[in-house]
Write a protein that binds this ligand. Structure first.
Ligand SMILES: Cc1ncc(COP(=O)(O)O)c(C=O)c1O
Length: 352
């Protein structure tokens, strides 16, 4: 597959901005109009200096954690930045289109809408799996990207790897697999497919299992040609030094991440056990993520009653095929105790 042929002409021709720190990170740095006297906030991070635009140390560390090459890695301000950059690299506004597979994460469509790129929705099948034939038949010469999400938000299930591979093999475009929740069941990852199938892009994030939603860091693993374009169009210093520092610390603390995953999975099992006993919970969808999607007898009512008690869930009932469905993020023991109590009370009242 020739990735270049999919890229917008203006992006191919673009002469990117060359930032000062692309050249030198050390020396007597009088090249970037920084404050040479220091920073008003003391820090070992030399906050008066711009960060490394090439994310070198970070990508090296991440590459050994993931066992992929550094040249196949790009780190963004959350995976939301990666989504936006991919749309801008590949999709000509008002001309090209993107396939999304609903119900799924809302930002794929929003990123396209912001960029004035047409979105075709090819719904997931009744098991919330990819409808391979429907994706293939909706794909046309102007389709540049297909976004899918595994484990899928908000349904919680992993997508079938063979379906992912079959679609990727059959399209002249990129298949982006958003693995924001893959840490909760790593066996489901498609990262290894990238080597045989260079049009697969895998996105990941530090916002979920790592507990770092506040630092805004996500990344993608992709063919080098795609990574090069991401670097070409990103804002010069997208990743700030504090975020980079926290990621490095996180990668040195795998055991805590693993213990979080263990605890979250345990609480998830407990939540599912409780839900199974409630008449108001009509369907509990299997989950490989840190949340569970539940179809209630009256989703809106349950949602509103819990809000009154200060418990905020995510009402997904307006999404395609998710009538009365609420997404419940797995809380800690304390939070869950309160949630279980309130759900049981609502069940006793049997709110319909
Ligand atoms: C599927 C999915 N992808 C991406 C994101 C956003 O990730 P980030 O925080 O890295 O921007 C989310 C956040 O909820 C998500 O559910």
């Amino acid at each position: 597959m020739n990735i270049d042929s999919l890229v917008r002409e203006n992006i191919k021709k673009l002469k990117p901005y060359t930032s000062a720190r692309q050249g030198y990170l050390h020396g007597i740095l009088l090249d970037a109009n920084e404050n040479s006297f220091g920073s008003v906030v003391e820090s070992e991070l030399e906050l008066n200096r711009y960060p490394d635009p090439n994310q070198n140390i970070l990508r090296e560390k991440l590459s050994s954690y993931l066992n992929v090459k550094k040249e196949n890695l790009f780190i963004g301000v959350g995976s939301d930045e990666v989504i936006d950059l991919l749309v801008r690299i590949f999709c000509e506004p008002k001309e090209d289109n993107v396939i999304i597979t609903e119900p799924t994460y809302g930002m794929y469509k929003v990123a396209c809408d912001i960029n004035n790129v047409d979105v075709k929705n090819v719904p997931l099948n009744s098991h919330f799996q990819l409808d391979v034939v429907a994706v293939q038949s909706n794909f046309n010469e102007n389709t540049k990207l297909v976004f899918c999400c595994s484990p899928n938000n908000p349904t919680g299930n992993l997508l079938n790897k063979y379906d992912v591979l079959e679609i990727a093999k059959s399209i002249n475009g990129l298949l982006i697999v958003d693995e924001a929740y893959i840490d909760f069941n790593e066996k489901g990852s498609v990262i290894e497919l990238i080597i045989e199938q260079p049009n697969i892009v895998v996105m990941r994030t530090f916002s979920k299992a790592w507990g770092l939603a506040g630092i805004r860091a996500g990344y993608c693993v992709a063919d080098k040609s795609i990574i090069d374009y991401l670097f070409k169009i990103k804002s010069p210093y997208n990743l700030n030094k504090m975020t980079a520092d926290v990621i490095l610390k996180a990668l040195n603390n795998l055991s805590l991440r693993n213990s979080f995953i263990g605890k979250i999975n345990m609480q998830k099992t407990r939540l599912i056990e409780i839900l199974k006993q409630l008449k108001i919970a009509e369907q509990i969808f299997p989950s490989d993520a840190n949340f569970v999607l539940v179809k209630f007898s009256n989703g809106k009512m349950i949602y509103n009653e819990l809000v009154k008690k200060g418990i905020i869930l995510r009402d997904r009932s307006n999404q395609l095929n998710l009538e009365n469905c609420i997404r419940i993020t797995i809380g800690n023991e304390e939070e869950n105790k309160l949630l279980f109590k309130e759900l049981e009370l609502l069940n006793e009242k049997n709110i319909h």
